[in-house]
Design a binder for this molecule. Sequence first.
Ligand SMILES: Nc1ncnc2c1ncn2[C@@H]1O[C@H](COP(=O)(O)OP(=O)(O)O)[C@@H](O)[C@H]1O
Ligand SMILES: [Mg+2]
Length: 356
Amino acid sequence: MAKQKVAVIFGGRSSEHDVSNVSAAHVIRSIPKDEYEVITIGITGRGHWVRYIGSLEQIVDGSWEQHPDNVPCILSPDPLHKGFILLESDGTFNDLKVDCVFPVLHGKNGEDGTIQGLLALSGIPFVGCDMISSANCMDKEMTHVILEAAGIPMAKYIAMRRRDMDKIDEVIAEAEAKLSYPMFVKPCCAGSSVGVSRVSNAGEMREGIKLAFTADNKLLIEEGVKGVECECAVMGNAQPFASAVGEIKSANEGFYDFESKYENDSSETLIPARISETASERVRETALKAFKAIGCEGLARCDFFLCEGDRPVLNEINTMPGHTPISMYPKLMEHAGLSPSEQEDRLIQLAMERQI
Ligand SMILES: Nc1ncnc2c1ncn2[C@@H]1O[C@H](COP(=O)(O)OP(=O)(O)O)[C@@H](O)[C@H]1O
Ligand SMILES: [Mg+2]
């Protein structure tokens, strides 16, 4: 039987472009080549799409963008094409049909429903959550609204839009009236802790608000939650399963910021988390409940704080969690008994099984 063609899309116009490169190289390396032919499609930092043919090393280090053989391409929204259109240098167009797309893109323009909407139009099966659940998980205010309605505990918060910047004093007063310090100011739609600050007074909050608005037009001010940061990986469509719980030991205690995530070697992920059996069961149950309530499919990583009394408080859901060799999602799934190849195979199969 002919191998199925899977297009892995990576890079992207997002602050997490570099993380996507590393995730994608791991995914491409792991996809079983006896079953699938992998087509590599890069989106440059400026948003240009190219069909890339070259080494995985150049994907990891980002130099794929300058590869001389890159061919500009577009994903056709017309389901007649079911694939990409290559814009060859001699001015001709070539169809590149694919059976499935694996968008290994993190953050804005990749994990937020934009590309999922385009893929839905194209009629090509794709890995991961659909447009609406991706968008609702990306927008931290929407995540709060939907999951609180489903009875899932989350931090107390207020939201602020950029257009209300002239009322910043009122917003700070409202935050101080409703929430207690320390608080976290974070852009609604970002990731990798970009633009997130922990603040302990009004002056710091003002700076935090300005910083968060460099990443998005809407932000949340949340009450700081004291607890063990832990994460649970979920996979499946109608009957998803939850992995064991992993624990984050951030180099910067109490704040898993960008530096602790990617630059500080003393941050650790522990699998399983050092929590009780009861706590672990509660986290896994809540992860599945949240996954279903917000309409996720395929995969997601649900992030929690485990508070005193073994109470899980949900922080956020990542619909295309990091897939680097040291990322929590693939490690938790390996712990659940799925090798990297089995994970990618499963995710592609879940995409093909789903009605779009
Ligand atoms: N309400 C909160 N209480 C305690 N810590 C928080 C809170 N919100 C965020 N953090 C800290 O900031 C980090 C990044 O925030 P998060 O909401 O996960 O944004 P991102 O989408 O950028 O990962 C978290 O991993 C956690 O360490
Ligand atoms: Mg996070």
